[in-house]
Write a protein that binds this ligand. Structure first.
Ligand code: GLN
Length: 416
């Protein structure tokens, strides 16, 4: 038996996943000095299987961002391009985790994926990004952004490496009520082989870059010709509303989750108040001073959506879109076994271009990833070559029905 090289068990961990060693600052000035007194369940389980925590990685503040430019501790540059090329973003929000794997510093990194934060940086950096079914991995010790979406995910150089780590980390955790009690090996053993690949017709949008479209078609051809899979066009009409619904729902959840950052319980404190009203002043001055702009934007949007008079028209409408989309995807999976589509519509933008992008355009980066987060489905991004013009990496995503993560892993391996 060949023994594994010592470094193969080093793992980097995103700064919003609690580890006893290193900072758990979530990319936020608010938690700049925070260190966790405990390990997240996923970290604990990795350690029990011989993995070692090598690095904590930079990220968009509290997971909010698609480019890795919203951290209090500086931005992350994409290491997949040579030094002569114009610097590009690494993607976000698991920007540091993707960059250290792509740069070969560690074979594996943990990230979190609420709406694409593992898959987008994986695609931009030319590595594998694996978001499991919602609930497969415990969220205990993952700092909450939008709890009904948040998943721990894995960034790695191969699907096998990512899957090996998943298997060590999976399993019910009594400290996370949403963690699943599923026999994952039995799910795989009882499943029928993958035969049909679905292509969502609504995923062909005008923002899709021609090189990305070509690469998608080539992959489908390869699956049909080399692996004898049937390719079927399917329709998911609500796909078009997914992005708007996602940003409304996550902002609402974030406004609630982030209310704990007031300077009393965690992190930044600007001096103890002397009067009762002083607590309110302290609360607002801490939040004004230590939270970044993108986080404040989400909190304000979220509170607006949750306010009386807006709740029905925004929150409930978005919740209905989520339910409808989930239903449509369930129906699609009665016809096909997996879906294959691009992870992003285009390659990573240059850092300069990304800095000048309006927030709404940044949100649009997630157009292909958020639908499956809304439905809690497993989705794996695999590298699929480079853009002939910029030579920036491109990624394709394989999506499977809930709790059938192995199907996504199987087809992702065929595309590797
Ligand atoms: N870019 C998306 C957002 O800002 C996704 C982030 C994530 O998955 N953490 O919400």
């Amino acid at each position: 038996m060949v023994s594994e090289p010592a470094h193969s068990k080093w793992v980097a961990v995103k700064a919003n996943i609690a580890t006893r060693e290193g900072p758990t600052n979530c990319g936020s000035a608010f938690l700049a000095d925070y260190t966790s007194p405990f390990d997240a369940t996923v970290v604990d389980r990795l350690k029990q299987h011989g993995y070692r925590i090598g690095l904590k990685t930079n990220m968009d503040e509290f997971g909010m961002g698609s480019f890795g430019l919203h951290s209090a501790f500086g931005s992350v540059t994409n290491p997949a391009l040579d030094a002569t090329a114009q610097p590009r973003v690494a993607g976000g929000s698991s920007s540091g985790s993707a960059a250290v794997v792509a740069a070969g510093q560690v074979p594996l990194a943990l990230g979190s994926d609420t709406g694409g934060s593992v898959r987008v940086p994986a695609a931009f950096c030319g590595i594998v990004g694996y978001k499991p079914s919602y609930g497969r991995l415990s969220r205990w010790g993952l700092v909450s952004y939008a709890s009904s979406f948040d998943c721990v995910g894995v960034l790695a150089s191969s699907v096998d490496q990512a899957e090996a780590a998943m298997q060590v980390m999976q399993g019910h955790d009594s400290r996370d009520e949403t963690s699943l009690n599923v026999d994952w090996a039995a799910q795989e053993a009882q499943d029928t082989p993958v035969r049909r690949v679905g292509v969502i017709q609504e995923a062909v949008i005008h923002e899709l870059a021609p090189a990305m479209h070509d690469r998608w078609e080539l992959a489908l051809q390869q699956l049909a010709q080399q692996h004898c899979l049937e390719i079927d066009t399917v329709s998911v009409p609500t796909l078009k509303q997914a992005l708007a619904a996602y940003y409304m729902l996550v902002s609402a959840e974030a406004a609630s989750n982030l209310s704990r950052y007031n300077g009393l319980c965690y992190g930044a404190q600007s001096g103890a108040p002397e009067t009762f009203d002083g607590f309110f002043d302290m609360y607002s001055s801490n939040r004004t001073q230590y939270l970044g702009d993108s986080v404040k934007q989400r909190i304000m949007t979220g509170n607006h959506i949750l306010s009386r008079g807006k709740f029905d028209s925004y929150y409930l409408t978005a919740a209905r879109v989520r339910a409808q989309l989930t239903l449509e995807l369930q129906r699609v999976f009665e016809r096909v076994d997996v879906l294959v589509l691009p992870t992003t519509a285009d390659v990573a933008p240059t850092i300069e271009a990304a800095r000048n992008i309006e927030p709404v355009q940044e949100y649009a980066t997630d157009v292909y990833t958020v639908p499956f987060s809304l439905a809690g489905l497993p989705a794996i991004s695999v590298p699929c070559g480079r853009d002939p013009q910029s030579s920036a990496p491109m990624g394709l995503q394989v999506v499977a029905p809930r709790q059938l993560d192995h199907r996504a892993a199987h087809v992702a391996r065929l595309l590797e």
